[in-house]
Write a protein that binds this ligand. Structure first.
Ligand code: NAD
Ligand code: GLY
Length: 375
């Protein structure tokens, strides 16, 4: 990924556009968008819409979304899922299909994902498969979902043996990021979202990394202007990557910086014990350290990145997954990663600040990194 081709900066008021031909869509970013019915105008017409949310988010925001959508849909249904990564599975996905069928929803029904990445990923997968595909809209309410998971059309559920192993590429019709919803987010979840924000610097835009270093305290204090810029710049970079490689045949893999180690942490600790963003935080430190040991970046870079991750309130060391053979357990879990080819693990590494590369590394070196970065 070359710095010279870094995506352009949009104006602070226009939606960010994800350019995928006939599947292109806008990402609206602003405060109190849930109070503005016009944000949901012009979507595919349908007699009914189904809002999918969870037990935490529905009591906070479902009424607002229902009020905004009532201007556009005659009938509105709501399904409330159990909350948590440990529920991102077949049983919970089936609750969405149960609701669709019990309400007699036809193939024009529009689904609205109101929640974080878990609700978004499951709603997207349900939309991709119900009657072989119905339209859906992402209304992300976590920082992580606003800067990453709601954009780009990856949908999935987890399998006990691997994270996001069953799913589909299926693009939403629109993404509506209401920054006001971030006011109620738990501090730990805000930090988890910052992991996915921080990743865009080392892989694509060191100017953004400079900005993050200068504004991390404002982001933690939830200053709206800072949050607006972080969400916008993250979406611009993600839209630029996905616009070139929607189905991850190459470039898109760079968005998984820190995720190979991070997914092993999530699966190894049991889904929900470490938040996705926390795994990515420690995982980015490990991937940067691997990059350093391969001679791709210097120690000053890894120290700088580690300091930013720590300031964001994220773990910078991985957990011990197996007291007898910790590195062996990480390697075993990482071989299930979707980027692995023929059992060979492929890592997103930093190939000089602002550029990423995807490549394999010798097991012995990976073991050294795990030993140095865990516990
Ligand atoms: P999450 O969906 O579990 O949300 C985190 C917590 O915050 C939950 O308890 C949720 O109920 C609560 N919450 C949500 N919005 C809230 C609000 N406004 N106020 C108060 N509480 C609120 O987790 P997440 O971090 O949003 O997403 C993580 C998931 O996203 C993982 O499953 C990960 O695999 C996935 N993901 C997908 C992609 C993708 O491209 N599809 C990218 C990154 C991550
Ligand atoms: N979050 C990684 C991707 O969307 O490709």
């Amino acid at each position: 990924m070359q710095a010279a081709t870094t995506p352009h900066l949009s104006s602070a008021t226009e939606p960010v556009c994800i350019d995928l031909g006939e599947r292109s869509y806008p990402i609206a970013i602003g405060a109190d968008l849930l109070l503005d019915a016009s944000q949901f105008a012009g979507l595919p017409s349908a007699s009914a819409a189904l809002i999918v949310s969870n037990t935490t988010v529905a009591p906070l925001y479902a009424q607002r979304l229902q009020a905004a959508l009532s201007a556009h849909y005659k009938t509105l249904h709501l399904v409330v899922l159990p909350d948590g990564e440990e529920h991102k599975n077949w049983q919970t996905l089936n609750l969405i299909f149960d609701a669709l069928l019990e309400h007699g929803c036809d193939r024009k029904t529009v689904l609205f994902a109101l929640g974080g990445g878990v609700v978004g990923d499951m709603t997207g997968f349900a939309a991709a498969s119900y009657m072989r595909g119905v339209p859906f809209v992402q209304v992300p309410t976590t920082l992580l979902a606003q800067v990453d998971s709601s954009v780009g059309g990856k949908t999935a559920i987890n399998h006990p043996l691997g994270k996001n192993m069953v799913g589909a590429f299926y693009q939403p019709q629109r993404v509506v990021c209401d920054l006001a919803t971030l006011d109620t987010l738990a501090p730990r979840e805000l930090s988890a979202g910052l992991a996915e924000v921080i990743k865009y610097g080392p892989i694509a835009d060191m100017v953004f990394m400079d900005w993050l270093e200068a504004n991390i305290d404002a982001l933690l204090a939830r200053e709206r202007t800072a949050l607006a810029h972080a969400v916008r710049r993250s979406c611009e970079i993600k839209a630029w990557v996905v616009g070139q490689d929607e189905r991850e045949s190459g470039l898109r893999a760079v968005l998984n910086f820190g995720h190979t180690f991070g997914h092993a942490i999530e699966a190894g600790m049991g889904y929900g014990a470490w938040l996705h963003g926390e795994g990515v935080g420690a995982g980015m430190v490990m991937a940067a350290e691997l990059s350093r040991r391969l001679g791709l970046v210097d120690a000053a870079f890894t120290e700088r990145l580690t300091a930013l991750i720590e300031r964001a309130g994220l773990p910078v060391r991985g957990p011990i997954l197996d007291a007898a053979d910790n590195a062996g357990r990480y390697l075993e879990l990482m071989r299930v990663d979707k980027k692995a080819e023929g059992g060979e693990i492929r890592f997103v590494l930093i190939d000089g600040p602002g550029q990423a590369v995807v490549r394999a590394a010798p097991d012995a070196l990976v073991r050294e990194v795990i030993d140095a970065c865990c516990g």
